[in-house]
Design a protein around this ligand. Structure first.
Ligand code: AMP
Length: 193
């Protein structure tokens, strides 16, 4: 199963992603985690990416695409993966489509975790990550609304989008996600035959 997971910062994507990959045996591809690892290791890409991350802006597409392309080629992705925090721009989504067309392995579903702004701000303010300062949070939400939200329409038109209500307990939200994913089961089974 190949899943894209979209949601604003603070929607609880990380928590749900960890549960999802375990439940469905997927590789977890979080571009945010990859960039933080590169930043902490002080690689050239990491240092460059940090300039954007620390101000809440998106890292340029060419950097992201290079990282993702390499990661998708790894063996553990063959059994299926969860793309978490990627794609975040239309250009990234189009590039991903081209990569997947080359390998003949289309996406099965795009899950959107939807949470209202006030709730996001409240959750993010209590998290304590270095890019969780109020002005950086605001910028990350702006980046989400302006650059990532257009993807919802892009995937809706392709019939891939499932929107999940992201308000509730961790268990309630995971239940909703599981129901959406399990409903696909038969359809993807058919397609794979
Ligand atoms: P995240 O952990 O997904 O919230 O990502 C943290 C930060 O990493 C973001 O605020 C961006 O600066 C950067 N980032 C992560 N994924 C992407 C992406 N797909 N495109 C551009 N920037 C990204």
């Amino acid at each position: 199963m190949r899943i894209v997971f979209i949601g604003p910062p603070g929607a609880g994507k990380g928590t749900q992603a960890a549960m999802l990959i375990q439940r469905y045996g997927l590789a977890h591809l979080s571009t945010g985690d990859m960039l933080r690892a590169a930043r902490d290791a002080q690689t050239e890409i990491g240092k460059l990416a940090d300039k954007y991350m620390s101000t809440g802006q998106l890292v340029p597409d060419d950097i992201i695409l290079a990282i993702v392309k390499e990661r998708l080629a790894a063996d553990d992705c063959r059994a299926g993966y969860l793309l978490d925090g990627f794609p975040r721009t239309l250009a990234q989504a189009e590039a991903l489509d081209r990569m997947l067309a080359e390998t003949g392995e289309p996406l099965d579903v795009v899950l959107e975790l939807r949470v209202p702004d006030e709730e996001l701000f409240r959750r993010l303010s209590g998290r304590g990550r270095s890019d969780d300062k109020p002005e950086v949070i605001r910028q990350r939400l702006v980046a989400y609304r302006q650059q990532t939200e257009p993807l919802l329409d892009y995937y809706q038109r392709r019939g891939l989008l499932k929107t999940i209500d992201g308000v509730g307990t961790v268990e309630e939200i995971f239940q909703r996600i599981q129901e959406a994913v399990d409903r696909l089961g038969d359809r993807t089974g058919e397609r794979r035959k």
